[in-house]
Write a protein that binds this ligand. Structure first.
Ligand code: PLP
Length: 346
């Protein structure tokens, strides 16, 4: 197990773009989001939350639940936070951390972390990042961009079952984590995890079977090559997005910050996202997602993360066209979604 843990450490660091230790927890993504905050927040400290979707809302809720005073910069869903607004807030108050979502799975918007990191470089404020649905499918350069803690989970672009959470910890974050005993924490105490990581151990019993799976998944990623993996995600998500547009479902949100790991498409009225999801599943055994938030009914979301290929997205588009047609939505010409995706792939 020590050998596997040591190899995982070396294989996973390039996915974070860091030389810093990557801590392993037995939890889903939300657990490590909580861990990132529980380890740095002394009572009364303030957090600046960047909210432009469901997971940004969740990060802010966790900070509040842990007793932080939370200021929020709320941006339109589908867009990303504005750096000038962040800079203005940082001038007015002292924050322990800025909390950001790298890849907002509810809208498909990708935050420019390097711009936020640059604002914090000469301050005590830490940059905490939820990259649960980005890491492994999209480039992260933690050290270069100045992110302090990046958290992720095993079940998205890392292609494993759920149950493992990871958090990378910069030197700057480590000083805050280790400063004193004011943060209430036990199982998620990163001091315990930091004390064991170099010994190739975990602080508590680790989920051995999940780690075996992760070890294999990381080897697959490196065999393909990290830059090739990122390029494949970009190419396939762009093609799927083009296919949805071809079918009359415009891409949701700002196209300049579109995700490579999830495609979010706007559902034309009078259709609802829920009926498309249901039809795809019941008739074609194809699982896509709608929304369980204020976009409910208005969008569908299709994951493009992990081990997927051209055939997967072309098949999705073929079934999507059939579902849309069955539900009464006219497409311009039969096969136009697949054709638009094929053109984009070329
Ligand atoms: N953050 C983002 C961006 C996510 O997409 C998800 C899950 O979909 C989470 C956090 C929560 O992760 P989990 O469901 O593993 O707790």
């Amino acid at each position: 197990m020590r050998t596997i843990l040591g190899e995982i450490q070396q294989l996973i660091k390039p996915l974070f773009g860091t030389q810093a230790p990557v801590l392993t927890f037995s939890s889903s993504g939300t657990g490590v989001m909580e861990a990132s905050l529980a380890n740095i927040l002394a009572p009364g400290e303030k957090v600046l939350a960047l909210v432009h979707g469901q997971f940004g809302e969740r990060y802010a809720q966790i900070a509040r639940a842990l007793g932080a005073e939370v200021d929020v910069i709320e941006s339109e869903w589908g867009c990303v936070p504005d750096s000038q607004m962040i800079a203005a807030k940082l001038e007015k108050a002292s924050y322990r951390a800025v909390i950001a979502v790298h890849n907002e799975s509810s809208t498909g918007a990708v935050t420019d972390l390097s711009a936020i990191g640059a604002l914090l470089r000469d301050r005590d404020t830490l940059l905490l990042v939820d990259s649960v649905s980005g890491l492994g499918g999209m480039e992260l350069r933690q050290d270069e961009w100045g992110a302090d803690i990046i958290v992720t989970g095993s079940q998205k672009a890392l292609m494993c079952p759920p149950g493992l959470g990871f958090a990378s910890v910069s030197e700057k974050a480590r000083k805050v984590i280790e400063r004193d005993d004011r943060c209430a924490r036990f199982y998620l105490d990163m001091r315990k995890a930091l004390a064991t990581v170099d010994k190739q151990e975990t602080a508590f019993t680790c989920p051995v079977s999940l780690l075996f799976g992760l070890h294999e998944a990381l080897k697959m990623i490196h065999e393909e090559g990290l830059s090739q993996v990122f390029a494949r995600h970009r190419r396939l998500s762009d093609a799927l997005r083009a296919g949805c547009i071809g079918l009359g479902l415009p891409a949701f949100g700002d196209p300049t910050s579109a995700s490579s790991t999830v495609v979010v498409a706007t559902v034309p009225t009078p259709l609802t996202g829920g009926e498309i999801v249901k039809h795809m599943y019941e008739n074609y055994n194809t699982a896509i997602a709608g929304a369980r938030n204020k976009l409910s009914g208005k969008v569908i979301r299709i994951g493009t993360m992990g081990q997927i290929n051209e055939a997967d997205i072309l098949t999705d588009l073929y079934y999507l066209e059939r579902s849309l047609t069955a539900l009464g939505h006219e497409v311009s010409t039969p096969g136009c979604g697949v054709a638009a995706a094929v053109a984009a792939l070329r």
